[in-house]
Unconditional design. Structure first.
Length: 566
């Protein structure tokens, strides 16, 4: 006979889970105890939302399933934002929850809510397990769905009543084959589709390649394809660092113009969401599309491809390279050269901004000056996390390659602190820097306590302009200067860090920042509360993003769509 809670713990160990993130509660205590006894490291947090964010970062950084465990009722509802963020980002997660005992169902039990109904719209798989003999089967299925064996990857949710966790299962009913890790099913692409894709791609003269999450395990194959011919390549946050920053095709600074002028677009494991203008003909004005993906979202979301190739991304790219042989597209070399020159000019201009940005009219440091100092101290293998509104907009431009995480397509503020702690615990020998706006930092500031307790060596940099500044500037510009509910004055974040046992300093003078950064790394974990100007309008602010236009996220694209519509 084997206790169900121990069986669950054993399953996790057999599947290679070495760490889970969570907050203890009575409904999950049996699993919690057995997991700890089995050698699984438990990172206990101060809020379940942070636990899910940490599991999210774990999955992103290691490529292995992140696991969070939360108690019933408020434990689940606290976790919802993290689950939704993983769902939108298609990040594989396993969320395990407890439920009230079965004899108390529908009686108004402590922390009783319909967990499955609450989370079902934002998960790939949701189950409440009520029968002991089904536990391993449901765990097996949940993990497979989370990893994307049957479609898009994302969070899977599985709940267990506490009395079930204490139940015992006869050895004869334990399905031993369920413990065995399952291989990810690789789908071979159609040879006809490959031939059509190569034919169309090779007909392009102004070729733009865009990568997404589905390209993550295909970096070498993608690089070989880019080496075949001159084209423009742009990544997105979900595929950052896939292609070296110095690759001749990598031109992040001409993103908008390349999108508008390309005549052939190859999307590699990338949906066409708001960040890419939904693929609209108003935005991609001259383009035909070849779309590669392993799920419908990557193949035909918003705009179907002229050719769609379903299959494992690396295999599709390798097959395309082989099919092309020695043939090469008739590239418009003038266009590519013009794009490359413009990209290099803009990168140089950005570099000048990082070193020479002047103080704002309010006398405070420019965000670019802050980010330039951070960039100077980073080692090549550093992990950088950006979190916020304005500061994220600046950071996305500055941190253009390497190991990088941010708020993602969901725009989920507050991920910075938990992401950074998880990264430091996973890679204690690497620099981990979190650059966060002061507003974003507040969501999970109490997790500095988690950082200290678990010995994470994270460096937290709070870009402090005393406001929800992207909205504040929008109120100044679009709403007659009426400033309402966006001021965050007088918070001493360095003092907060010190009160939680972490080195904290406030930095006002840009000349002092390099020394403060060195002290922070020497005394990690550490927090620098850096005062920056409110008067710097971020790239997203300039683009009209906070105004939330009718058709597109960006004002320029919105205007182009309206012209097309009318």
């Amino acid at each position: 006979m084997e206790e169900i809670a121990r069986l669950i713990s054993r399953f996790l160990v057999e599947r290679g889970i070495t760490c889970i993130y969570g907050l203890c509660g009575g409904h999950i205590q049996p699993i919690w105890d057995h997991a700890a006894s089995s050698g699984i490291r438990i990172i206990d947090v101060r809020d379940e939302g942070a636990a899910v964010h940490m599991a999210h970062a774990h999955s992103e950084l290691t490529g292995k399933l992140g696991v969070a465990i939360v108690t019933a009722g408020p434990g689940v509802t606290n976790a919802i934002t993290g689950i939704a963020n993983a769902y939108i980002s298609r990040v594989p997660l396993l969320i395990i929850s407890g439920l009230p005992p079965r004899p108390q169902q529908h009686m108004g039990a402590l922390q009783e809510i319909p967990h499955g109904e609450v989370v079902r719209p934002i998960t790939r798989y949701t189950r409440t397990v009520l029968c002991a003999r089904n536990v391993l089967r449901e765990l097996d299925d949940a993990m497979a769905w989370a990893e994307g064996h049957f479609g898009e990857s994302g969070p899977a949710f599985i709940g267990f009543p506490t009395d079930l966790l204490r139940e015992r299962l006869p050895a004869s009913l334990v399905e031993q084959d369920r413990f065995r890790p399952k291989e990810f099913p690789h789908t071979l692409p159609s040879s006809k589709a490959i031939e059509s894709a190569v034919k169309l791609l090779w007909s392009g003269r102004r070729i733009l390649v865009i990568s997404g999450r589905g390209a993550r395990n295909a970096g070498e194959s993608l690089k070989r394809l880019l080496d075949l011919f001159d084209c423009v390549y742009i990544d997105t946050a979900e595929s950052r660092g896939l292609i070296p920053q110095d690759h001749p095709a990598f031109m992040p600074a001409v993103r908008g113009r390349a999108i508008q002028e390309a005549d052939l677009v190859l999307t590699v494991g990338r949906s066409l969401d708001y960040q890419l203008g939904y693929g609209s003909p108003a935005v991609f004005q001259n383009a035909r599309f070849v779309r590669i993906g392993s799920c419908s979202n990557e193949l035909r979301s918003n705009r179907p491809g002229d050719v769609e190739v379903f299959g494992s991304t690396s295999q599709v790219l390798d097959a395309m390279i082989a099919s092309a042989g020695t043939h090469r597209p008739k590239i418009d070399q003038n266009w590519v050269t013009e794009m490359r020159t413009l990209d290099r000019e803009r990168r140089k201009h950005l570099q000048n901004e990082l070193t020479g940005a002047t103080l704002g009219p309010d006398g405070a440091m420019h965000p670019y000056r802050l980010l330039g100092c951070v960039l100077d101290i980073l080692s090549p293998d550093a992990v950088v996390i950006a979190d916020g509104g304005d500061i994220l907009s600046f950071s996305r431009i500055v941190f253009s390659a390497g190991t990088y995480l941010d708020c993602g397509a969901f725009g989920c503020l507050g991920v910075g602190v938990p992401f950074g702690i998880a990264a430091s615990l996973l890679y204690p020998e690497r620099q981990v820097v979190v650059v966060s706006g002061d507003g974003s930092f507040g969501f999970n500031a109490i997790e500095l306590d988690t950082c200290r307790r678990h010995g994470a060596k994270t460096i937290f940099i709070v870009a402090n302009n005393g406001a929800w500044n992207i909205e504040r500037n929008d109120q100044k510009i679009s709403y007659g200067g009426r400033i309402v509910g966006v001021e965050l004055n007088s918070c001493d974040y360095a003092g907060l860090a010190r009160s939680l046992g972490i080195h904290g300093e406030r930095v006002v003078d840009p000349a002092e920042l390099p020394k403060a950064l060195k002290r922070a790394f020497d005394r990690a974990p550490a927090l620098l509360d850096v005062l920056i100007t409110r008067d710097a309008i971020s790239p997203d602010g300039l683009s009209g993003l906070p105004w939330v236009p009718d058709y597109h996220a960006l004002k320029k694209w919105d205007e182009m769509e309206k012209k097309r519509s009318y």
